[in-house]
Design a protein around this ligand. Structure first.
Ligand SMILES: C[S@@+](CC[C@H](N)C(=O)[O-])C[C@H]1O[C@@H](n2cnc3c(N)ncnc32)[C@H](O)[C@@H]1O
Length: 276
């Protein structure tokens, strides 16, 4: 028996050593990722809406509470209608819907094995996208938004048999349940994230996907390599390389990318990314 006990002790020691080594590697990886992100942020240059250069991008997010307070206030004062959701450009809703349906149709086969096709609508507002895009082809949908009055309107207008949960939470503090969703859709809300929160959010989304699940980010993009900061609601219109650097940090692969311009409205281009 004694030799066995000795062996057990050795095994235990080895296990602890291995665990510590793994933890050390994990910490090193996290540190490298953080450094990479900081480096990228230093390279990223941009302007505000008046064309003035923003020199210290990282400083925008020094106080997260201050950063997010503006967008919160902006949406608190917005009307719970399609026009309100689209910042006064109600007329683009139909074109946007048609584009989303067409973009999503390329991925629907991936979900064919799912018993319950489940989507999560992030920054859902009153559920415009859920109503027009998800409900025709999904069995279940959850909504998450930081503005409760929008979710109340959504509750009244959406099919309660299919729309199951209404989470009132800022996305930067929201962690979706693991292994739950075939589709996580993030439309016209990524502009409000600080970069590091965006990375964490995407990582959380990745673990919330089912095996063949995907994340869709659909949002404004800038025409050149710089970002545009709108100080009225603290939103950042990122360049495509900027988005890509964030996706890379979150260990996400881009399956498809498409940029569109809405007809008749002088708006920023809108880029849609499918990620896994
Ligand atoms: C431009 S609307 C888009 C609504 C919807 N995605 C659509 O396309 O119709 C932006 C939505 O994001 C929500 N929002 C803004 N910042 C948020 C945050 N940090 N967390 C969660 N929701 C947020 C607003 O309340 C609003 O409903």
């Amino acid at each position: 028996m004694p030799p066995r006990t000795h062996k057990n002790k050795l095994r235990k020691k080895k296990k602890i050593k291995l665990k510590r080594k793994k933890q050390k590697i994990q910490k090193q990886k996290q540190k490298i990722q953080q450094q990479k992100l900081q480096k990228i942020q230093k390279i990223i240059k941009g302007k505000n809406m008046s064309g003035n250069k923003i020199e210290n991008y990282e400083k925008l997010f020094t106080s997260k509470d201050d950063w997010y307070a503006k967008s919160k206030q902006f949406w608190k004062e917005s009307e719970p209608t399609v026009n309100g959701m689209l910042g006064g450009y109600e007329e683009i809703s139909e074109e946007d819907t048609q584009h989303s349906i067409q973009f999503l149709s390329q991925f629907l086969d991936r979900f064919s094995q799912s018993k319950t096709k489940y989507a999560l609508d992030c920054g859902s507002g009153i559920g415009r996208v859920t109503k027009n895009v998800f409900l025709p082809s999904f069995d279940a949908v959850d909504l998450v938004d930081s503005e409760n009055s929008f979710l109340e309107v959504a509750k009244q207008n959406l099919d309660p048999k299919k729309v199951l949960n209404f989470y009132c939470s800022p996305l930067e503090k929201f962690t979706p349940d693991p292994n739950k969703y075939d589709l996580i859709w993030v439309q016209w809300v990524a502009i409000y994230f600080a970069d590091d929160d965006f990375v964490i959010f995407l990582k959380n989304c990745k673990q919330a996907l089912k095996e063949n699940g995907i994340i869709i980010i659909k949002d404004n993009s800038s025409k050149n390599n710089g970002f545009v900061l709108d100080e009225s609601d603290n939103s950042i219109i990122r360049s495509i390389p900027h988005y890509k650097s964030i996706f890379k940090e979150a260990n996400l692969e881009i399956l498809k990318e498409e940029t569109i311009l809405f007809t008749g409205a002088s708006l920023y281009p809108v880029t849609t990314f499918a990620l896994k």
